[in-house]
Each structure stands twice: as C-alpha cells, then as structure tokens.
Design a protein around this ligand. Structure first.
Ligand code: AMP
Length: 375
C-alpha cells in the first residue's frame, strides 16, 4: 500500500514525500480513505500509530477542495487535551499543508490571549485548540464556530479524564450539526462511547492497536525496589545501562522536581516538565531534550500526554500510575511507529496493588529483574 493508492492529492503526496515516510501506517490506510469519503470516524489509536497524519492529511484535502473564502472562517476545528499536543498537531498541519494555501493557528491557555485574538480576527481556516482557551476566545467574540465543517477530537479519553466534558458540551452546542466528526481515543470506556454517540453520526469504527493492550514493539520490565531506594536505583541504572534520552514519569510535581535535583547531584542532566512550569519553560525543556542537551526528562502524566519525541528508547515509571490505563498511555511514548522501545517500572512493595491492576489490564505478567544492592 502506498500513499498514492489512498487517494491523496498531489500537494499532500509531495508533503508526505518530504517527510520521508514511504508507507502509510495501518491507521493511515484505514482512516485516510474513510475521511476522504466524508465518513465520521471513531478510531481506537494510541499515540505512536501515526494517527495525527491519519486525520490531518485527508482533512487538509477536503478543506482544500472547498471554494476559497475571502475572509476565512474556521472550517476545521481540532480539539486536544493539552497544550503540547495542540502545538504538535498544529506542527503536523504546517508540515503536511505546506503546499496548500490554507491558514491555520493554534490556541491554548497559559499564554497571553491577545496575540491569539488578533490572529483569529484576521481569519483562519483551521484552528487547533484546547477546550478552555477556545471557550474564552468565543466569549470574547474573537472566533465563531458556526462554519465548522470538520471537527477532530484527539485523545478524547484524556479530555474526559481531565474534566473537559462540560467544556466539550458547550463547544458542541456552538457547532453546526451538519459536519464531519473524527474522534480518536487510546481506550474506549463506556463514557467515551457515550460521547461518541453524541458527537458523531453513524461513525465508521477503526481499531488498529488491540484495545487496552500495549504495543508489541515495547519490551516491559520491572525492577523491584524499596520506596526510598528508587532515586539511587534510577541513577545507577541510567549510568550502568547507558540509558539515553529517557522519559521518567513521576506521579507528583513535587516528586518530579525532587528527582531532578537528585539526578543533577549525580551529574546526570535532567529537567522536569509539569503544570507549574510556564509554557515557555516547557517548550524550552522539550527543545533541549530533543536536541540531547538534557538526558533525562521527568514529567507528570498530564504534562507528558501527547509529547511527540522521536525515537524515545526508554520510558521509566518512577512511580506506578494510580489509573492502570495511564500505564498504557505512558509506555506508548516509546516504541513509536515501528521503532522498538523499553518500558521500565521501579516498583516498591506498597505499589503491588497498582501493579496487579496493570497486569490484569494488559493481560500479561511483566518480567522482574532484581538488582541485588537495591531489591
Ligand atoms: P502519532 O501517532 O501521530 O503521534 O505519530 C507518531 C510518529 O510517527 C510521529 O513521529 C510521526 O512523525 C511518525 N509517522 C507518522 N506517519 C508515519 C509513516 N507513514 N511512516 C513513518 N513514520 C510515521
């Protein structure tokens, strides 16, 4: 299968060729023709499957086929749970749309609203937004949503987890009923299915990764350790196993900051990313990490959601998440788009219950490796 046989037009094929992708991923093979045909879709796809291009490419093609507007009004709205994901989705729109003349922008909270108002008033065809900031902008009459033809909900499960349901309902009430809706979610809970019934119309269901199971390209490992030995074990493992560019999950912001200090004391370049950091700090940290100026990135679940980091070889659970599904989200940061990855969890005896729930969810037992000095 090639991108050409999926029905993409020349400007999009050229953009895809420029990225170097040679073959569509499974989600792309299924979603692209369906979206081009005008269907609503509800797709179970984790990060790393190539889903962003799966909705961006056909969306751009459909928008480009519409008559040009003199004063652009928002015709495609893409909602994401986090700022980072919004920025990444927008970057994809820029990448794939570079041979088209569609105008796009991205808006999210935590930064000055005035430049966003100005840009929206000038007119855009495509808007990527987080729900809260979008509603602020609607309230300030900076943007209208009554011309939206295509709605994309990315990581819908996470939007619900983060409490965006009321914001979503308000946004839906402002959109035309006649539209195409594309909904993506890593997992399909009853709540997600209920949302899908409300926002989509007879959606085509697309399921590429088996639901609630982890990607097969990720090898998983547990290191049993006493609670207060976790930081030294981590330091030890990073040094002795040459882990490079690892993303470490911490359940709390405080824990993330503490761990960074500890790693720095051991001469390991580390930085934290969480919601107490300003948007510009987070962007800078991510940049430094991608450019290998930081070896270890410590993040909380919400901040890490949607981070698109190429070739992340290691994801480390410094603490296990309370919600077992978060384990799948976390380790989905590695082993993306076919590259192999390792997911490592440091598990103390008080976390046994969480570990059991995780193993039940992924339907497999994770291998243990005890390091004598630490176990
Ligand atoms: P996503 O699941 O959308 O976050 O994409 C995961 C990663 O896969 C991103 O880094 C993309 O750049 C990359 N990617 C997307 N489509 C392809 C493809 N057809 N071939 C190779 N890599 C891809």
């Amino acid at each position: 299968m090639t991108f050409t046989t999926l029905g993409l037009s020349e400007p999009l094929l050229r953009a895809v060729a420029a990225t170097g992708y040679t073959q569509p991923t499974p989600i792309q093979s299924k979603a692209i023709p369906a979206v081009l045909a005008g269907a609503d879709i509800m797709a179970a796809a984790q990060t790393g499957t190539g889903k962003t291009a799966g909705f961006t490419l056909p969306m751009l093609q459909r928008l480009a086929a519409l008559p040009q507007q003199k004063q652009p009004a928002v015709r495609a709205l893409l909602l994401t749970p986090t700022r980072e994901l919004a920025a990444q989705v927008h970057a994809s729109i820029r990448t794939y749309g570079k041979f088209l003349t569609l105008r796009s922008t991205v808006v999210f909270g935590g930064v000055n609203i005035n430049p966003q108002i100005k840009e929206l008033r000038a007119g855009v065809d495509i808007l990527v937004a987080t729900p809260g900031r979008l509603l602020d902008l609607v309230q300030q009459r900076a943007v209208r949503l009554d011309s939206v033809n295509i709605l994309v909900l990315d990581e819908a499960d996470r939007m619900l987890d983060m409490g965006f349901i009321h914001d979503l309902k308000r946004i839906m009430s402002l959109l035309p009923r006649q539209r195409q809706t594309l909904m993506f979610s890593a997992t399909f809970s009853p709540e997600i299915r209920a949302l899908a019934r409300n926002v989509t119309n007879n959606p085509q269901e697309i399921d590429v990764a088996p639901r609630n199971s982890t990607l097969d390209t990720i090898s998983q490992m547990i290191f049993p350790v006493a609670k207060d030995g976790k930081a030294s074990l981590l330091s030890h493992l990073i040094r002795t196993r040459n882990w490079y560019q690892a993303l470490v999950f911490s359940r709390t912001k405080h824990g993330a900051d503490k761990l960074v200090k500890r790693l720095e004391r051991d001469n390991i370049q580390a930085a934290a990313i969480h919601s107490n950091k300003s948007q510009s700090q987070r962007t800078r940290t991510l940049e430094n990490f991608k450019k290998n100026r930081i070896q270890i990135l410590v993040a909380t679940d919400i901040a890490a959601r949607g981070l698109d980091i190429h070739q992340l070889s290691h994801v480390i659970n410094f603490d296990l998440p309370h919600v077992p599904e978060d384990y799948i989200h976390r380790i989905g940061r590695t082993g993306r788009a076919g590259a192999s990855g390792q997911a490592i969890s440091l598990v103390s005896p008080d976390e046994n219950k969480q570990l059991q729930s995780i193993e039940r969810l992924i339907k497999r037992r994770i291998e243990r490796e005890a390091i004598p000095e630490f176990a």
